[in-house]
Design a protein around this ligand. Structure first.
Ligand code: TPP
Length: 319
């Protein structure tokens, strides 16, 4: 793992706050009916995408899930293009066809969000095979929730990746809830990382803490890049809001939600930066204003962008 410079600490903090402000704004504009489909926000989980992606280079690839906004932003997608795609507009990276749940951006190695639980895992594993086959040293990161760890795709992919020593890091963001189902009723173990032993790869558990995730992801990415194979990294993350925007979370106890908020990964990182003289409160406030402005500008950009023309519907299809 490489040591972060003061500039990289600041950039990481900025990315985490950016993801939160984007998600908060999306909750509002989605609720106002401006975005089609469903959206799933990652508020409370911002440390993972940023800490993991800070260990990647541009040509490294990621695969993500229905809750993938934070991963795409952490990999560096332009905020205006991102927003245009969510609004279904023609100037989004997928020409407005993907929306939130299938967002992809090849130029930055964002292989795609995925509405199928566990669907990204074999795709990412295939990309890792391609990287090894082409000898190009790119590492693939596959983000998924603990709900995916019960899918066959998870077990088949991890088995193959270990057998063939593929350059991949499996990152499970375990927030304890798969839609409306608590982990305790669908999984007989507490740590998804225990499953790594079956596939003879390291299984690592870290809390929802930027520094710990950054260090563990760094080790896993380096191991993959050295050709030593995959790692299963589990983050005990917490989601603050419902499964999708509009879910009232009636299935969750109040103290579970309050506990999630109390373990805020951004506040924790901010405290670390303040107490180590890496950030001052006035700098944090200025950064926040700047981020809020850029989010508002991206929303306006998306609102004012054109929808694709129906005549373009079959463009880009193989057959
Ligand atoms: C194969 C499949 N089964 C079920 C669903 C319905 N579904 C959508 S999200 C979800 C829960 C996912 O939970 P998890 O993987 O833990 O991710 P999180 O939502 O917590 O980020 C389910 C069951 C689906 N989309 N795909």
């Amino acid at each position: 793992m490489s040591e972060l410079t003061k500039g990289e600490f600041m950039a990481s903090y900025r990315d985490m706050v950016k993801i939160r402000r984007v998600e908060e704004t999306l909750m509002d504009v989605f609720s106002a009916g401006e975005i089609p489909g469903f959206i799933h926000v990652c508020i409370g989980q911002e440390a993972t995408p940023v800490a993991v992606c800070k260990n990647l280079k541009e040509s490294d690839c990621i695969a993500t899930t229905h809750r993938g906004h934070g991963h795409a932003l952490a990999k560096g997608i332009d905020l205006k293009l991102f927003m245009a795609e969510l609004f279904g507009k023609k100037n989004g990276p997928c020409l407005g066809r993907s929306g939130s749940m299938h967002l992809a951006y090849k130029a930055l190695g964002i292989m795609g969000a995925n509405g199928i639980v566990g669907g990204g895992i074999p795709i990412a594993t295939g990309a890792a095979f391609a990287s090894k086959y082409k000898k190009n040293t790119d590492v693939i990161v596959c983000f998924f929730g603990e709900g995916s760890a019960g899918e066959g795709t998870f077990h088949e992919s991890l088995n193959m990746a270990s057998l063939w020593k593929l350059p991949i890091v499996y990152v499970c963001e375990n927030n304890g809830w798969a839609e409306f189902t608590s982990q305790s009723v669908h999984m007989p173990i507490k740590d998804v990382a225990d499953r790594a032993a079956s596939y003879n790869m390291p299984g690592v558990v870290v809390p929802n803490d930027f520094l710990e995730i950054y260090a563990a992801a760094g080790d896993a990415v380096e191991r993959a890049r050295r050709g030593e194979g995959p790692t299963l990294l589990e983050v005990k993350s917490r989601r603050w809001h419902g499964h999708f925007v509009g879910d009232a979370q009636k299935y969750r106890a109040a103290d579970d939600i309050e506990g999630a908020r109390a373990q805020d990964c951004i506040a924790r990182f901010e405290n670390y930066l303040f107490s180590n003289n890496l950030l001052r409160p006035d700098e944090a406030a200025a950064l926040d204003r700047e981020i809020r402005d850029s989010v508002s500008q991206a929303i306006e950009f998306a609102r004012n962008s054109p929808f694709p023309d129906p005549s373009e519907l079959t463009e880009g299809l193989y057959a």
